[in-house]
Design a protein around this ligand. Structure first.
Ligand code: COA
Length: 260
């Protein structure tokens, strides 16, 4: 599919989605959010895609935030709608995909950019990355899940400080906070993410999507994550992947998962 603001390419089981507005530091305008929704949805439904990597084009930014020029004149109602629609179309959507999503953070990840990275299943960054939630410097708060996911990842105190100061932290600080899993050079970023994807692809896609549901259940209000884990665990026993995984182990051979 042709997009105006993003690129999407599948190779060897990995779909790489690149946000492609480098002149605006890949800021998320309405059209980009819609296109990202479509690209993530298409990749998630594509049997050739086992892992999704999302990154930004250029060497400067992953995403420098929501596009400020689009909402500067919004009123209360439009502000609320902006957050609700964005969360439904992109941020909650990505978090709940059954295909693993890795954020390859190649530079600034600010505001909506850090919120997108946090909605992904985990994050790897290049050593030039700078991340933060600067919204209060604009008189607004993070509206794409940042007030919820940042404390989940770094703890309440660090999240409060990052949000209140509106400051940026560098990649190594974010690594030490647990916000990033790995920091590598800019040249290594995509190859490194792809090497993790290769490790993921050796395993059962059905079991991985069940694991995503169970882990996410830990962070959903009113949901008993242990119960979800029991259900998802039980369901695995009815899958062809389980038969193949256990049979291959007992036969002392490598499993070839059918993904069913
Ligand atoms: N929304 C809209 N446009 C943005 C943007 C955003 N979030 N972030 C950057 N841009 C645009 C700039 O307006 C500029 O466009 P122009 O060349 O047409 O004037 C272009 O991207 C380059 O940005 P610039 O500010 O010139 O780059 P810089 O290297 O001097 O600074 C940043 C980089 C990231 C520090 C700075 O762009 C910035 O603070 N951006 C906003 C971050 C933010 O508050 N995000 C949260 C939004 S809720």
């Amino acid at each position: 599919m042709a997009y105006n603001n993003i690129l999407s390419e599948n190779q060897n089981g990995i779909t790489t989605i690149t946000i492609n507005r480098p002149a605006k530091l890949n800021a998320l305008n309405k059209d980009t959010i819609q296109e990202l929704h479509e690209a993530f949805d298409a990749a998630n439904n594509d049997t050739k895609t086992k892992v999704i990597i999302v990154t930004g084009s250029g060497e400067k930014a992953f995403v420098a935030g929501a596009d400020i020029s689009e909402f500067a004149d919004f009123d209360v109602e439009n502000g609320g709608k902006l957050a609700a629609q964005g969360q439904a179309l992109l941020f909650d959507f990505v978090e709940n995909l059954s295909t693993p999503v890795i954020a390859a953070v190649n530079g600034f990840a600010l505001g909506g950019g850090l919120e997108l990275a946090m909605a992904c299943h985990f994050r790897v960054a290049s050593n030039n990355a700078k991340v933060g939630l600067p919204e209060v410097s604009l008189g607004v708060i993070p509206g794409y899940g940042g007030t919820q996911r940042l404390p989940q990842l770094v703890g309440k105190g660090r999240a409060m400080e990052m949000i209140m100061t509106a400051g940026m932290i560098d990649a190594n600080t974010a690594l030490s906070f647990g916000l990033l899993n790995h920091v590598v050079s800019q040249e290594e970023l995509l190859p490194f993410c792809e090497s993790i994807a290769v490790k993921i692809m050796r395993n059962s896609p059905v079991a991985i999507s069940a694991a995503i549901k169970a882990v996410n259940a830990n962070f959903k209000d009113g949901v008993d994550g242990y119960k979800v884990e029991i259900e998802q665990f039980g369901n695995c026993f009815g899958t062809e992947d389980f038969t193949e995984g256990t049979t291959a182990f007992l036969d002392k051979r490598k499993a070839e998962f059918p993904g069913k």
